[in-house]
Design a protein around this ligand. Sequence first.
Ligand SMILES: Nc1ncnc2c1ncn2[C@@H]1O[C@H](COP(=O)(O)OP(=O)(O)OP(=O)(O)O)[C@@H](O)[C@H]1O
Length: 596
Amino acid sequence: MFPQRLDAPQAYDIAKAMMDGFNRHYKLFRAESARAKHRFETQDWHGQQRAQRERIEFYDLRVKECVLRLDKEFAAGAQPMNVWQQVKLHYIGLMVEHLQPELAETFFNSVTTKILHRTHFQNDFIFVRPAVSTEYLESRTPGALPTYRAYYPQTLDALPEALHELFVQLDLQCPFDDLQRDVRLLGERIAARLAGLTLRANFQIQVLSNLFYRNKGAYLVGKIITGYTELAFSVPILHGSEGRLLLHAALFGEDDMHGLFSFARAYFMVDMEVPSAYVQFLRTLMPRKPRSDLYTALGLGKQGKTLFYRDFLHHLRYSSDKFRIAPGIKGMVMLVFDLPSFPYVFKLIKDHFPAPKETTREQVKGKYLLVKQHDRVGRMADTLEYSLVAFPRDRFSDELIEEIRKFAPSQLEISDRDGDGQQEVIISHLYIERRLVPLNIHLQECFDKGLGDADAARSMSSAVVEYGNAIKDLVAANIFPGDMLWKNFGITRNGKVVFYDYDEIEYLTDCNFRRVPAPRNEEEEMSGEVWYAVHPRDVFPETFGPFLLGNDAVREVFMRHHADLLDAQFWQSHKERIQAGHMLDVFPYDAERRLQ
Ligand SMILES: Nc1ncnc2c1ncn2[C@@H]1O[C@H](COP(=O)(O)OP(=O)(O)OP(=O)(O)O)[C@@H](O)[C@H]1O
């Protein structure tokens, strides 16, 4: 029961201190995101990547600050629960005109769950569900940009002119190489996509007012509407060779947008006063993408986690299957399980690792963090990290419980934690990641069908080519995957190959790529053992072949497209390029999307 009177004077002050903490967080987050425009204009690429990395840390720092303040000024932990109920009510009051209420609720949860006992993690005290609506939320600040702008070209011939106006309004502080030429090319692409459709009275182009920045690119994001058709589109803007701006490509439709907003890429920087309005607009472009993914892609990872967890609890309530050990070859470092009806995997770090693995729990965590902060170039799956996650015991197979008990006992507790009479499986620490089809399983499925079957042969061949492409994109981003076996890569719905085994990952620039030395005598030549000295970060690319290319058909495709991956010189030259400060482009779209 909620209190009928707000009679605890400290409750308002605590709520206000929390809101001040959140406002400070969002001000810093937004300012850092807004500075991406200037970094793009001045081609400060290393600065852009540094900011992308550092911004991820902002949230936890602000939560810590706020917890300390509440403790010091209000002895928050010693407040009775009726005061905490009032704190929540005051906080709701403070959100009435707030432009990021959903984020403010999450911040409130982050702070209070550090202070209150777990038995109070319920809707009376925290925001298990949202209390404040984000619908129709608009900034009333004078001079504030609208979330999106609409342009009405009337005819296809008038498209270039409308597009010209649109790009000029973005107010980028550097010249275009030839904007007239680019909008003409873009107009032709749009006209081709609209071929066969009648332009209806509502024909218009809507674009989000602020650009999306990531690495060396700025992306315009919007949709074209005619009649009942809505076509999502995005235009990447890059610096050309002279440093002048180019419209580089035209992306259309949901699949292209999914490629751009993939969970395997770094987060965007966007200046957003009302983030929920951006998410609502983006959802109309990608209706199948959960809101949690969109918040995460916008750099609002905590909101992504909150929404993911709510979606997960909902899914548990509306499903009845059991968690099980994930299909595929078991990991030596990670214990992986899934729920068949839910498209994610749950990964926990084992307590002990068999030889030849020489790593520790902390080192594995460090590698996962490295991936989170690094540019994932569409090739490394993002992970959500959770601690103390509770699952209903009756949804776990006994086999899985035994597996966890055997390999990660320190991570397992089975108890009735919240006192509701139901046993729970509580996992101390885990990563959650999108479920992919492991590449070894995918290839085996092709072999099982028989490579005489044209579809199976094509599918095998494109997976092998994509696998090599994935490694080359990782190389471009200064990542040596360490363990390149097929089982450590997965394939997405769109046939993209993505890496997910991070415990042996290294920066390319920390590795020494060497050729196997020529044997000095017959004894060395005949030796089945490694007879030459090997230092910890030495890598011998020519030795990859025997592990990867046992199958003749796979070998033939691999050698035709990616033989260079078996050559130390290939790796070494990339290492030197990165050391010289060059940053290669890895575009989140195919070459045929380019305008130029
Ligand atoms: N995202 C995923 N989607 C589907 N299956 C996965 C995913 N991540 C892991 N798996 C499955 O779990 C297995 C072990 O995962 P992972 O490679 O991360 O563990 P590991 O202990 O690091 O492996 P290794 O012993 O090679 O170091 C994989 O081989 C695969 O079958």
